[in-house]
Design a protein around this ligand. Structure first.
Ligand SMILES: [Zn+2]
Length: 82
C-alpha cells in the first residue's frame, strides 16, 4: 500500500484509504470530501449578512441623530418666531 493513498482518521487514528468518505472504524465523516469553496462560502455569506445588518443599524442610528438635530433646529426656529 502506498502512503499517499491513505490517511489517518482525525478521530480514532485509524488508517483509512483516501477515497473513503467515512472512517470504517469509528464512522467519522471526513470533511475533505467538500471543496474549500463549499466550506468557506457559507461562513462568508454569514459574515456578509452580519456586516449588512450592522451597517443598516448604524445607518438608522445616523438617521435618528440627524432627525434629532433637525427637530432641535426646528424648535429653535419656531421659538425665535414666537
Ligand atoms: Zn475513525
Amino acid at each position: 500500500m502506498r502512503m499517499e493513498s491513505v490517511r489517518f482518521c482525525p478521530d480514532c487514528g485509524g488508517l483509512v484509504e483516501k477515497g473513503f468518505l467515512f472512517c470504517p472504524y469509528c464512522g467519522k465523516e471526513f470533511a475533505f470530501k467538500a471543496s474549500v469553496g463549499e466550506i468557506i462560502d457559507p461562513s462568508f455569506k454569514k459574515l456578509a449578512r452580519a456586516v449588512a445588518v450592522k451597517t443598516s443599524i448604524s445607518r438608522l442610528d445616523t438617521c435618528r441623530r440627524a432627525l434629532d438635530t433637525l427637530e432641535k433646529e426646528l424648535d429653535e426656529f419656531l421659538f425665535e418666531r414666537l
